[in-house]
Every structure is written in structure tokens, then in C-alpha cells.
Design a protein around this ligand. Sequence first.
Ligand code: ZN
Length: 134
Amino acid sequence: MDRLGDVEHIGIAVRGLGDAKKIYCELLGLECTGEMTLPERGVKVAFLETGNTKIELLEGIGEESPVTKFIERHGPGIHHLCFEVGDIERVLSELADSGLRLIDEKPRPGAEGKLVAFLHPKSTSGVLIELQEK
Ligand code: ZN
């Protein structure tokens, strides 16, 4: 069955975008292609290009930010994997029908304007998975 496609990006929770960009861009040589603040999601995001996927550096804004809470629990590190999907509504309803727990019952616009939805890590071996419509 046609469900998950390529890895669209890997999300990494960081304490500060400035320091993280020094490491990922200046030392490791990845190209930073954009940066934005999403107050409604409590994050600042920087997008980095790699060969065949992207990296999304995430800094939490404030105590209530899911990224701030993630760092309190686990420390900085890999926060989520994002896979491309064709029809996100269809994939979400099929996954819900198969008993998977969803964080988002309905897709919502993501950082890059495309529709996204998150699956609950309790259903996916402890990994937060984001789906992004192509
Ligand atoms: Zn993401």
C-alpha cells in the first residue's frame, strides 16, 4: 500500500539556533536556506539543505513550547522524522483505522505552507513522525 515516501526532513531540537547553525553550517558545511518564527507552534526553525533531504533545526520559544519540553525531558537531539506522503487525508484516515494514535486528526499547514500532521510516538516505537503532503 502506498503510504510513506521519501524522508522530507529530520527535525533536531536545539537549545539555540545561533549556536546550532555555527555547528551545522559553518563547521559541517550545510547550507542554511531559511529561517522563520512560528509563534503559534512555539518554535523558531532554520532549514538546512543536505544532499537528498533537509534538516530542520528547532528552538523552543517559552516554557510551554513542545520543543522546550522535549529538551527538558531528553536534552537536545533528534526530535522527529518527516516523510512525504501523497494524499495526507487518506493516509491519516488509513493509519487511524489501523489503530495508530495520531496527534493531528486533521492535517494543518506546516512551516513551509504544505499540509502536515504528526503521529503519536507511543504508536511508532518512540519516534515522533511527521507526514508532509508532497
Ligand atoms: Zn518537521
